[in-house]
Design a protein around this ligand. Sequence first.
Ligand code: NI
Length: 175
Amino acid sequence: MEIENQYPIGRLQAQDYSPEAKENALNDIKILPDILEAALNNLDEYQLHTPYREGGWTVHQVVHHIADAHINAYIRLKLGLTENNPTINPFDENLWAELDDVKTVPVNVSATLLHALHRRMYEALKYLTDADWMRTVFHPGQQKEMTLWDILNLYSWHGKHHVGQINYLREKMKW
Ligand code: NI
């Protein structure tokens, strides 16, 4: 059963590679740090520590989670660009979200980290050829190959998905 409000922008849609779809997804990578910053604008500590839905992560945890996930994405993409079908390393996102750095570090640190990380990610990706996008990594949890395009499509959605959760909360609370 779908948990209410968990997917304010909808679930990930698998998409075939096309130059146009790629441009759109790359643009999502480019602008994520800005749309995140806009979503966080003027939130106070109480608001940041409010779960975006009942039983869900707080805004604070969501922001640190985006950083955790996109650091992993960056590594997966760079491994895929430099090795032949490397096995990637899944991470336990719920346990990562409970570690001490997530508890103690202000969200601005991860917002700034995402500006730097996405600049690196975007520059690493924007010159790739159509053939490069068909390079693969192996996901051991799902026991399947993913193309670099699949990874880009996933993380272009993933950033918007979590920003959507923050915006959903702001709308609901009229913040
Ligand atoms: Ni996530």
